[in-house]
Design a protein around this ligand. Structure first.
Ligand SMILES: Nc1ncnc2c1ncn2[C@@H]1O[C@H](COP(=O)(O)OP(=O)(O)OP(=O)(O)O)[C@@H](O)[C@H]1O
Length: 313
């Protein structure tokens, strides 16, 4: 659902996040404002890395932009219109690829394509799916099932599915978080290649300083929560398309990396841990993380529609 707003979008303010607030109820007092007054304007086609300490509210901001989490107050404007609720104009890629396990990579991408191109012919849809799977290097794995693919390949399918929606804004929530470093670098280049070609306005959440610098035109550094907001925005002046070796050989890269680390250290709550007493109780480890989280299912829903549509598909 979309509401017209008096302000119109320009390519310099293609995505606008205005005074965004997320408050959760607090049984013992006032609601906790996890995010409080987050403001960001993004130029059309720019890639913005969002970085901040764990738990500061990065995913909360991204899920509100995606329409998967209710906004307490504030606005998200895409291309001059306020967006409310989720929609294929804002495609999300989460850490878990959340593919439908009973469908091939072709079938998984086709579900998204059908949603966005309901009137295309069967042949046109097939061409689209094949095109997007080739973009992520899966031309030879179109008919593989998720269980037959590595984590990196599954994430490629997730990326193809998101891009196939031809979104106005691409939202990536630690998309390489579960991958080994070589696969991670490989996929960073796959995504950058696609973004250079398609110029999709993108927000990418990352914990990785090098990834933040390499991928972005600007880095949005968040303060700690509660009450998290944008602390500083850093411009990354490297031309796109980027070549990793050239970027790493540039002295400026290390200055930018240094600025980012300085910012993160300033907000590091755990900088000076208290010494543990010798007779302290042993730490109880949490249960292992579930394979798919609520967020993963919400991400699937944003692409495929509500569960009943999945059953009919
Ligand atoms: N449903 C909820 N009710 C109350 N608090 C919540 C709820 N969901 C998230 N939070 C809190 O909001 C804060 C921000 O969470 P969020 O997941 O956005 O952080 P993050 O920066 O993405 O963390 P990470 O980097 O570890 O993924 C955390 O303190 C979290 O505990």
């Amino acid at each position: 659902m979309e509401n017209s707003l008096p302000r119109s979008g320009t390519s310099d303010r293609y995505l606008e996040i205005i005074n965004l607030v997320k408050a959760y109820p607090n049984p013992t007092g006032d609601p906790i404002r996890v995010v409080d007054g987050f403001n960001l304007a993004v130029k059309q086609g720019d890639v913005i890395s969002v970085i901040g300490h764990s738990g500061c509210g990065k995913s909360t901001v991204l899920s509100m932009v995606a329409g998967l989490n209710d906004i307490t107050s504030g606005n998200v404007i895409v291309d001059g219109r306020e967006v409310v609720g989720s929609g294929p104009d804002r495609a999300v890629v989460f850490q878990a690829p959340c593919l439908l396990p009973w469908m091939s990579s072709f079938g998984n991408v086709m579900l998204g394509v059908k949603r966005v191109y309901p009137h295309a012919t069967k042949a046109e849809r097939r061409d689209l799916v094949e095109y997007y799977l080739s973009l992520v290097g899966l031309a030879d794995a179109m008919h593989k099932m998720p269980r037959e693919m590595s984590g990196g390949m599954q994430q490629r399918v997730g990326i193809a599915r998101a891009i196939a929606l031809q979104p106005k804004v691409l939202l990536l929530d630690e998309p390489f978080g579960r991958l080994d470093s070589l696969t991670r670098m490989d996929l960073q280049d796959v995504i950058l290649g696609i973004l250079d070609r398609e110029r999709i306005t993108t927000l990418v959440i990352t914990h990785d300083v090098d990834e933040a610098v390499y991928m972005a035109d600007r880095i949005c550094m968040m303060t700690n929560g509660p009450g998290a907001r944008v602390g500083q925005v850093l411009d990354i002046p490297f031309e796109r398309p980027r070549n990793r070796k050239d970027v790493l050989a540039d002295e400026m890269y290390y200055d930018l990396r240094g600025s980012l680390i300085d910012f993160l250290e300033k907000f590091d709550k755990h900088k000076k841990p208290k010494p543990v007493a010798e007779d302290a109780e042993p730490v109880k480890l949490p249960e292992p993380e579930a394979v798919a989280s609520f967020g993963d299912f919400k991400a699937a829903e944003s692409v495929y529609g509500p569960p009943m549509e999945l059953i009919r598909a």
